[in-house]
Write a protein of this length. Sequence first.
Length: 395
Amino acid sequence: MATVHLRAGHVQPVWAGHPWVFAQAVADVKGAPGAGDVVKVIDPEGKFLGSGFWSPKSAVPVRILCRTEGQALDDAWLGHQIERAALWRRDLLGLPGERTTGFRLVNAEGDDLAGLIVDVFDRVAVVQFLTYGMKLREGTILGHIARVTGVESVIEVSPGKGSKAEGLEEATRVVRGPEPESLRFREAGFEFEIPRSLQQKTGFYFDQRDNRTLVEEFAQGRRVLDAFSYLGSFSLAAARGGATEVLGLDRSVAAVTSAAAIAERNGLGGKVRFGRADLKKELPALAQQKERFGLVVIDPPKLAPTNRHLSAGRRAYRRLNANAMRLVEPGGILVTCSCSGALRPSAFMRVIGTAARDADRRVTLLRLGEQGADHPSPVAFSEGRYLKAAFLRVD
């Protein structure tokens, strides 16, 4: 097994539990590991820090998978890790259960399987390989997923922007079992069906489950706007929670069409209305028309995907939040979300504060939500806590 030696001054984060070994932290590599080979990581004094798969062209050439010296990262180990991920979700979270059959089974670093994401949609699993090392062991991993979950089909989705550095293909395809026409599952008693053509990332935003539950609790007696509604999951929660009226807006015609069908399937078609809109233009237009809502939810796509995009992202979040605040009636609630991992919670709060001044509003933080418990993250890995959902009273 090849050995990766770290530079002095770069050891502490890895020693403390951060799973990423950045390229600038590598002093030397003893041996000649090929892409995807198992390597061990040691500090300048030769002390073992962990082992993982080698990704020579990546900015993160090693993602720590195991901190037990001598542990083989073989097929049996992979099976044990996937079983472990399924077991604690079943015992602690009750996933899957009668009311919820869609959830995240493997959350990469949070399940000590960095480079692998698996979502389960009842009888279908969706897998994303983020490192060449995980992709190299595809057959073994797919077999263990099928064995542990009992799914009939497995779909692989593209790893996205990091694929080139990892030597991975950008492709989405069925890799095991029959090809499903859609992803069907239940969440909190709601019946969902996602056409394959609408599948975003791994398919659905399971990470917002807890925040949808809180929206349901806050919606009683309020007129609700769900901006960037996608398949209308926040809209459904608000309607079931007793909202007087729900308007869901998204720029995708296919998304709002599917959202309307899902609302009908769940007996809420008369309470929820969906429409297509460019939210950058529509929110100011609604304010100009003196529209007001007791609860506004804004859940935009990632506006600051990396540190390089932070400045522009902060400006975009500021404008968006100011426009949303102008639509909230006095004493109403704004639920504003950011899935940009580069934008830390404290920075997000500052953006909200400046947006409130722009809109001439006063806001009070009621709660700052994160991703659900089936999306765990190591304590030392702040990058894994990407989702922020601020519940604010607006005056």
